[in-house]
Design a protein around this ligand. Sequence first.
Ligand SMILES: *Cc1c(COP(=O)(O)O)cnc(C)c1O
Length: 227
Amino acid sequence: MEEAPVYSFASGQSALPADLLEMVQADVKGWRQSGSSVLALPFTCHDAREILHETETGIRQLLCVPDEYDVLFLQGGAYAQFGILALNFGNPNRLGAYVQTGHWSDRAANEAKPWMRVHCAAQGDGTRLPSPDEWDVPPRATYCHYTSNESAEGLQFKAVPRIAAVPLITDMTADFLTRPMPVRNLGLLYASSQKNLGIAGMTIVVAARAFLERCGDHVPAPFHYRR
Ligand SMILES: *Cc1c(COP(=O)(O)O)cnc(C)c1O
């Protein structure tokens, strides 16, 4: 008798389909005609580049990412990205506006504090989301950050807000690829892989190339959005 699949509705790892797990199993044993496990492919080889290219193409198609946006695959989860984001764009004179609606956006704001001045653009009460009309976003802010789905509180913005004055950044970890997103309304979005996409260990960043021009030069290369 086939075992019933186990679904977890707690936040955490996403369930992966059985046929995908079988594909992964086969690829770990041997990647296509390469004679090597997918885990042992040199990152400079054609097969590894193909895997990256196919993955990027898939994301670009699914999210309708405009050509003038970069797609980056970075190590670490979204929690790591909270600090890396502010490290890239911050300096002691720059201001980051943070819409603080719960557990994850509070953490994002706290992790930004060593790298830039942080302004609370709106404070949620854990039961409702402050409407974008109520956000206090200083026009001189380098960006405005919000969390599109606060998974701890169960609060989700139904639409991407329109903020004309400054680039909008969203932590889309908990609703990445669940619906079409107007990427053009955003300066940058990021989502760690384990909630909606696959296994832990990677975060996808999609960013307007023009906005990335504003990254500082002091960031270690592996964490720099433009290197
Ligand atoms: C889970 C979650 C995170 C943390 O992601 P990690 O990859 O575990 O660091 C960040 N933001 C949101 C909205 C989340 O749901």
